[in-house]
Design a protein around this ligand. Structure first.
Ligand code: ADP
Ligand code: MG
Length: 322
């Protein structure tokens, strides 16, 4: 199968015909997209490299899902509404079974979020997937890392923070998980659910937000640095799944604080909007948990349930270190 047949069969045929919003999609040198009046574009790219961002054991359908999910998560963090995406693929060979599963997972998530594949590039090479997402938000309303204010509450979404890291440790053989726990943790690692609805509901409520890709401590650190502030974090308030709770406390904390690959939202908001936040979370079907407070003094201070300072010596997952 040639490059053009591959593009047509696995990608173009599953994209929708021209729409008012996207008069030209796959097939020309550029896609043409009509902006919505009063909105700004938000654009982000994420690349997935085999062995670094995913294991060769992942099912192609889950890989297609995850490649788009991690990108949608960036739009969610900024409160954007997804519109379009491009897909740059490097493939070692034309593997029809792989491409069938990959495109199925990719388009299932795309359709769930109403985002159109409008173009891309396809080449031979090591397995490598790069997606660029484009979303929109009303002018001036994108939620940024730099907006945190002293006194803001710090929240995290979801109930499985740390499970993706637990699965990675199980794959590495450093943790032994019983079958059912492994299945659940693996699902968190391979099928993250981008918090797109919550992100949009946070517009006008949250002062700052980020999605957790490299670990809570490191990613909250980006909010603190961009906002020129610090925070206290209630470590024992972090949401933990039943699977993670069955692990030793030290491992629970490590996975929750520094795990990475979670794709939950961490955001800050003033106490005055707490009730509106709870309503927004309920409406978007996503749990949120208050885990700390923004303070003027730079740096992140960790406390346990007794109010004792914790020094866990954690750094976020760093691609150039581990
Ligand atoms: P060009 O050589 O002008 O860059 P290509 O031959 O690479 O164009 O691609 C032909 C068309 O197919 C373009 O519209 C491009 O956006 C689209 N395309 C290529 N690869 C992919 C892909 N993996 N997914 C979606 N669209 C793709
Ligand atoms: Mg090209």
């Amino acid at each position: 199968m040639g490059e053009f047949d591959l593009i047509r069969r696995f990608f173009k045929d599953q994209s929708r015909p021209p729409l008012d919003a996207v008069p030209v999609g796959i097939g020309d040198d550029c896609a043409v997209i009509n902006p919505t009046a009063g909105m700004q574009w938000l654009v982000s790219s994420d690349m997935l490299v085999e062995g670094r961002h995913f294991l060769s054991t992942v099912a192609p359908e889950r890989l297609g899902h995850k490649a788009l999910a991690v990108n949608l998560s960036d739009l969610a963090a900024c409160g954007a509404t997804p519109r379009a995406f491009t897909l740059a693929l490097s493939l070692p060979r034309v593997d029809e079974a792989f491409l069938t599963g990959f495109s199925r997972g990719l388009f299932a998530l795309a359709q769930a979020h109403g985002i159109e594949l409008v173009g891309g590039d396809t080449t031979a090479g090591p397995l490598n997937i790069c997606i660029t997402v484009m979303g929109e938000a009303p002018r001036g309303q994108a939620i940024l890392r730099s907006g945190a204010c002293v006194g803001d509450d710090v929240y995290v979404s979801g109930t499985t923070l740390g499970d993706a890291r637990l699965a990675l440790e199980a794959f590495r053989g450093t943790v032994n998980l019983p079958g059912e726990d492994f299945t659940l943790a693996r699902q968190a690692m391979e099928c993250p659910q981008p918090r797109v609805a919550l992100g949009q509901a946070l517009r006008g409520l949250a002062h700052s937000a980020i999605d957790v890709s490299d670990g809570l401590v490191g990613d909250l650190g980006h909010i603190l640095k961009a906002s020129g502030l610090g925070a206290r974090l209630e470590v024992d308030a972090l949401p933990r799944s039943a699977v993670l709770r069955r692990q030793p406390m030290a491992l629970q904390r490590k996975c929750g604080l520094a795990g990475g690959d979670d794709y939950e939202l961490v955001f800050t908001a003033p106490a005055a909007v707490a009730a509106q936040l709870a309503a927004a979370a309920a409406a978007s079907g996503t749990a949120i948990t208050r885990i700390g407070r923004i303070e003027a003094e730079p740096g992140l201070r960790l406390f346990d349930a007794q109010g004792q300072t914790l020094d866990l010596g954690l750094s976020s997952f760093d691609h150039f270190k581990s």
